[in-house]
Design a protein around this ligand. Structure first.
Ligand code: AMP
Ligand code: MG
Length: 349
């Protein structure tokens, strides 16, 4: 199949293109679309055949449930069996935006969409193209991140095409995703709310609205015996082809250690990549250095993480050393992705 790529302008969204994309979806096809977090691979959430196509296009295990995207807050009541009061407060505070909530599901939502679970994940994106597209598609768009399973999530239409060209009907190109990390996921279906995946909406921000929340132990733990409550979190993710190691410690010690590790690897004939920040990028003598942005503007770090991980796949580096980024307010979200990409290989100095 030939994948149509359609460029859209946020200042003047071409509604003909949006309507066309909506028709593709209603007829059972797949359309990748921009959101404020990462690009999503959309299918009709209420059509089990569409969800099957999503799993096939990504090569995603079918026990890994999809997030249902809506464009009107009221639509959550059509697919959630129960919307607890705490969830309503979170929706009021953070929707539309990068927060996904898990509810017990109504029968209207097919088991294929939820990977067989009795719960459904729901998010209302703030991105204007996403909202227009969801409305044109009938209101319920199932969308995982628009990458081949296991690879870094996509933050541009070109990255989507890299992974999914020829496998989906259409890509809506809205330029670079502003946030660059997937949504925070909070399970509000049980007695106590639990963060299943950290994101730019932090635990502190959530607690300010609803009081104490737990964080699923699997969010940071390297221990493979901890079974994550979000099924997708158990799979190896985001991994670049080269082996990635995170170096953690005081800045000067990290720079020294990375320089040393790089010199050693190069002496063994290996090509080395380095993930740094603007503040330290100039301190490395060798290796292919990529900066995620300024630590003083931490939203730059999250925006560029997946792009830089993907970028290394275009090079011939054999191993990558990365600085650690845990100090940022959104450090838990950044480190959760980076640790997964590194398969939890960390050197402490
Ligand atoms: P992605 O679509 O790539 O951002 O991944 C979606 C994430 O949401 C995966 O980690 C899923 O396991 C998680 N998820 C989706 N639906 C549910 C659900 N009903 N319960 C728990 N986690 C979910
Ligand atoms: Mg994903």
């Amino acid at each position: 199949m030939e994948t149509q790529i359609r460029k859209l302008d946020y200042e003047a969204i071409d509604m003909n293109t949006i309507e066309e994309a909506g028709r593709v979806l209603k007829e059972g096809g797949l359309v990748a679309f921009p959101t404020e977090t990462v690009y999503g691979l959309g299918g009709d959430a209420l059509n089990p055949a569409s969800s099957e196509k999503i799993y096939a296009a990504k090569g995603r295990p079918s026990d890994n449930p999809l997030i249902v995207h809506i464009a009107e807050k009221a639509d959550v009541y059509r697919i959630a069996e129960e919307v607890p009061e705490q969830a309503e407060r979170l929706m009021e505070a953070f929707w539309p935006g990068p927060l996904t909530l898990i509810f017990s599901k109504k029968d209207l939502v097919p088991d294929k969409t939820t990977g067989g679970l009795s719960t459904v994940a729901v998010r209302m994106p703030s991105d204007k193209i996403a909202a227009a597209f969801i409305r044109a598609s009938g209101g319920f768009v199932a969308a995982p991140s628009a990458n081949a399973s296991g690879r870094p999530s996509t933050t541009t239409a070109a990255h989507v095409a890299e992974d999914l060209n020829g496998r989906i009907e259409m890509i809506l190109d809205g330029g670079q995703a502003v946030i660059g990390l997937e949504s925070t996921i909070v399970d509000v279906s049980g007695d106590l709310p639990v963060i299943l995946r950290p994101g730019v909406i932090t635990g502190t921000m959530i607690e300010a609205v609803i009081g104490p929340v737990e964080t699923d132990r699997a969010v940071i733990a390297p221990d493979s015996h901890v079974r994550p409550k979000a099924p997708g979190m158990k799979y190896r993710h985001y991994a670049p082809r080269a082996s990635l190691t995170i170096v953690e410690g005081e800045t000067a010690a990290v720079v020294a250690a990375v320089n040393e590790l790089t010199a050693k690897a190069e002496a063994e004939g290996k090509r080395v990549g380095i993930i740094a920040a603007d503040e330290t990028a100039g301190c490395y003598e060798k290796g292919l250095v990529r900066s995620l942005g300024a630590r003083s503007r931490e939203e730059e770090i999250s925006r560029h993480l997946f792009e830089v991980l993907r970028g290394f796949d275009e090079t011939d580096v054999d191993c990558i050393y990365s600085e650690s980024f845990g100090d940022a307010a959104i450090g838990q979200a950044i480190m959760n992705r980076l640790l997964k990409a590194a398969g939890h290989r960390v050197v402490r100095v």
